[in-house]
Ligand binder design. Structure first.
Ligand SMILES: Cc1cc2nc3c(=O)[nH]c(=O)nc-3n(C[C@H](O)[C@H](O)[C@H](O)COP(=O)(O)OP(=O)(O)OC[C@H]3O[C@@H](n4cnc5c(N)ncnc54)[C@H](O)[C@@H]3O)c2cc1C
Ligand code: SF4
Ligand code: SF4
Length: 562
C-alpha cells in the first residue's frame, strides 16, 4: 500500500432511486473519518457526461489517486468511470465500485439494518481501493499465419476468406486430394451450382492463391502455445515438420457409417445409404419407374441433415424418374429456409410418407425389399402390419465425426460435445468459437451442416481472426494472473484445470525455484476466470484486481451486524 494514497469517494443517488432506501449523510460522515479518505461528494447522476468532467477536475484539484464510486456497478457504468480515470491521468484499475443499488436497495426495505449494510459495503469498497494496484498494457507479438485443418468445403471457404483478409494460410488435408464429402454429393439444396462445379471452382481458387499453402496427406501431430503464437507439428509420410501460426481453424467434417446389419440386411446392390444414393445419382444411374423405400429417423434424430437430404432425394427420384417413393419416418424435421416447402412439394408430387414407431421390419427377398410396419395413426381403425415392396431400400447412415477427431481434440486441447463432435464454447455469442481463443470450428466438425451454412461460418471466423490478429503486435491489458515463481512447484494443477488452455510451463533462470520453471498465463488466451488462482496448492497465483490481499482487506472491513 502506498503511503501517499489519497482516496476520493463519490456517492451517486441514481436520480433519487438509491436515497429512497438509504440515507447517504450518515454514511458520508463515517467515511470522512476513515484514513486516506481525502474527498467525499454526493451527486444526483454521477454517470452523466458533465459529472465525469467534474470528477476529473476534483481528481486533479485534490490529488486523488484512488476512486470509490458508491451507487451501482454495472459493466457499462464501470466502463464510463474507467474512462474518466484515464482522462484524469490515473490508471483505470485504481477504481473501486460499491453496488448499493442491487446489493442493498433492490433487496431490502429502508431500515437500520439496511443502513448498516450500506455503510459496511462502502467501507469494504474503500478498503479495496486502498489495496488496488495499477495494471499495465503489453504489446504481444502475433503471428499472422492461419492453419486450416481439413480440405472439404468448410476448409476451402475458410482458407479463401482468411487469405482475402491478408493472412497467410496453411491448409492441411489428410487425404491425397481436396474436396471432402461434398465431392460425393449429387445436388445441394438451395444452391444452383452442382457440387462438383462448386468444388472445382473453390479448389482452383485455393490452389492458385499464392498466399495459401496446401499440404495434402498431412495431419497435425502436436501443438504448443496459444493464440497469436502456436507451434504446430505436421506429420506427412512419417516425417515431422513444424510451423508457427497465430490461429487455427478445424474443418474436419463428418463421416457416414453405413450399417445394413442394424436393419437385418446384408450387403446388396439394392441396399444403400443416402451417401451411396447421392453418388449413384451423380454418376447418372437410371431409377425410372423403380420402387424405392427410404427409411429415416432411426438413430439420426439429433441432426436436421438426414431428414432434409431424404426429402430432397425423395422429391428428385419422384420428379426425375417417376419412381414410386415411400418414405418411412419416425419424425420429420424440416425447420429451415424452404425445407417445409420442399416437404409439401414432395407430398404434392406423390411421395408417400408413412410414420412408424419402433415397429419396422425390413426383409430382402429375391431381389425385392419388403418393409413391414405398423402405422400408429391407423392402429384403432385399420390395425395390423402393412407391407410395402420396393426395388431399392435407402437406410439411414450414422453421421459421426471424421475419423481421428478424438485424437485431434486432445492435440488441440478441446472438449468433445454431443455425439463426440467438437464442442462450441457459447453458441449464442459465436457458434464457431471453442473454449480456446484462437481455435475455431467451421463446417460439419461441430455438427453436420449444410453447404450454405459453411459460407457464413467461414466468413464469421475469418472476420473474428482479422479483428484479433490484424497486426504484428496486439495491445492488451495485462490483467491475466501472475505467478510467484518462488512458490511454484510446477505441479501442473493450474495447467490441467484452466478451461481455456491459457497456461504454459516456461523454463529459465529468471524463475527462482528448484526447477527454474513456472506456470505462465497467456494474456491473449486467458479469460480471467480465476480458477487457476483458487486451485493452486502453493498459493503462487494472484489474479490482478482480485488478489488475496484485496479480498482479505474487504473481509476485515466487515463488521458483524447485530
Ligand atoms: C449424404 C449427404 C448428403 C448431403 N447433401 C447435402 C445437400 O443436399 N445440401 C447441402 O447443403 N449439404 C449437403 N450435405 C452436407 C455437405 O456435404 C457439407 O455441408 C459439406 O461437405 C461441408 O463439409 P465440411 O467441409 O465441413 O466437411 P467434409 O466435407 O467432411 O470435409 C472435411 C475434410 O477434412 C478432412 N479431414 C478430416 N480429418 C482431418 C484431419 N485430422 N486432418 C486433416 N484433414 C482432415 C477430410 O478428409 C475432408 O476432406 C450432405 C452431406 C451428406 C453426408
Ligand atoms: S498450480 Fe501453482 S504450483 Fe502448480 S504449477 Fe500452477 S502455479 Fe505452479
Ligand atoms: S484465470 Fe482462468 S482462463 Fe486465465 S489462466 Fe487462470 S484458469 Fe485459465
Amino acid at each position: 500500500m502506498e503511503n501517499n494514497t489519497r482516496i476520493g469517494v463519490f456517492f451517486c443517488n441514481c436520480n433519487g432511486k438509491i436515497t429512497e432506501k438509504v440515507d447517504f449523510e450518515p454514511i458520508a460522515s463515517e467515511v470522512k473519518k476513515l484514513p486516506k479518505v481525502e474527498y467525499v461528494r454526493e451527486s444526483q447522476n454521477l454517470c452523466a457526461h458533465l459529472e465525469g468532467e467534474l470528477i476529473c477536475k476534483e481528481i486533479t484539484k485534490n490529488q486523488l489517486n484512488r476512486i470509490v464510486v458508491v451507487g451501482c456497478a454495472s459493466a457499462k457504468e464501470e466502463g464510463f468511470f474507467k474512462e474518466v480515470l484515464n482522462k484524469a491521468g490515473l490508471n483505470s484499475h485504481l477504481l473501486s465500485m460499491v453496488n448499493l443499488r442491487e446489493e442493498c436497495c433492490a433487496v431490502h426495505e429502508k431500515s437500520a439494518k439496511s443502513a448498516a449494510k450500506a455503510l459496511e459495503l462502502t467501507k469494504m469498497g474503500i478498503a479495496r481501493a486502498n489495496n488496488l494496484e495499477e495494471v499495465s498494457f503489453g504489446e504481444i507479438p502475433v503471428n499472422r499465419t492461419v492453419l486450416v485443418i481439413g480440405g472439404g468445403l468448410a476448409g476451402l471457404e475458410t482458407a479463401l476468406e482468411t487469405a482475402a483478409r491478408g493472412f497467410k494460410v496453411i491448409l492441411i488435408e489428410k487425404e491425397d486430394k481436396l474436396g471432402g464429402r461434398l465431392a460425393r454429393v449429387n445436388s445441394i439444396i438451395g444452391v444452383d451450382h452442382n457440387p462438383a462445379d462448386l468444388l472445382e471452382e473453390k479448389v482452383k481458387a485455393v490452389t492458385s492463391n499464392p498466399t495459401i499453402d496446401v499440404r495434402t496427406n498431412t495431419k497435425l501431430g502436436d501443438l504448443d502455445g496459444n493464440i497469436g503464437g502456436f507451434t504446430a507439428w505436421f506429420v506427412k509420410d512419417g516425417v515431422e515438420t513444424s510451423v508457427e501460426v497465430g490461429a487455427i481453424v478445424a474443418a474436419t467434417g463428418v463421416q457416414t457409417i453405413f450399417c445394413p446389419v442394424k436393419y437385418g440386411l446384408g450387403i446388396a446392390d439394392n441396399v444403400i445409404g443416402q451417401m451411396k444414393l447421392e453418388r449413384l445419382l451423380a454418376d447418372g444411374k437410371d431409377f425410372t419407374h423403380k420402387r424405392i423405400s427410404i427409411v429415416i429417423g432411426k438413430g439420426t434424430e439429433a441432426f436436421n441433415l438426414p431428414f432434409v437430404i431424404a426429402v430432397k432425394n425423395a422429391l428428385l427420384l419422384r420428379k426425375k424418374f417417376n419412381a414410386t417413393v415411400n418414405v418411412f419416418y419416425t419424425n420429420i424435421k424440416v425447420g429451415g429456409d424452404n425445407w417445409e416447402k420442399m416437404y409439401t412439394d414432395a407430398r404434392g408430387a406423390g411421395v408417400n410418407f408413412f410414420k412408424f414407431e419402433d415397429n419396422i421390419e425390413i426383409v430382402a427377398n429375391n431381389g425385392e425389399i419388403i418393409v413391414n410396419y405398423e402405422d400408429p395413426f391407423l392402429k384403432g381403425k385399420m390395425p395390423g402390419v402393412f407391407k410395402v415392396i420396393a426395388d431399392y431400400i435407402v437406410i439411414p447412415e450414422e453421421l459421426v465425426p471424421a475419423e481421428g477427431t478424438d485424437e485431434l481434440a486432445k492435440i488441440l486441447r478441446l472438449e468433445l460435445g454431443p455425439a463426440s463432435f467438437f464442442s462450441v464454447d457459447n453458441a449464442h455469442i459465436l457458434p464457431e468459437m471453442t473454449s480456446r481463443d484462437g481455435i475455431y470450428l467451421v463446417g460439419s466438425c461441430q455438427s453436420p451442416c449444410f453447404a450454405n451454412e459453411v459460407e457464413i461460418s467461414a466468413k464469421t471466423v475469418a472476420e473474428e481472426i482479422f479483428q484479433k490478429l490484424d497486426a504484428d503486435q496486439v495491445s492488451t491489458e495485462l490483467t491475466q494472473p501472475y505467478v510467484d515463481a518462488t512458490k511454484c512447484v510446477v505441479c501442473l494443477t493450474c495447467y490441467r484445470c484452466c478451461p481455456h488452455g491459457a497456461i504454459t510451463i516456461e523454463h529459465g533462470e529468471q524463475f527462482k525455484n528448484l526447477y527454474f520453471s513456472a506456470a505462465q498465463m497467456n494474456p491473449l488466451a486467458c479469460r480471467r476466470c480465476g480458477i487457476c488462482a483458487s486451485e493452486c496448492p502453493g498459493k503462487a497465483i494472484q489474479l490482478p484486481d482480485y488478489t488475496d490481499d484485496q479480498i482479505l482487506v474487504q473481509l476485515e472491513a466487515m463488521e458483524v451486524l447485530p
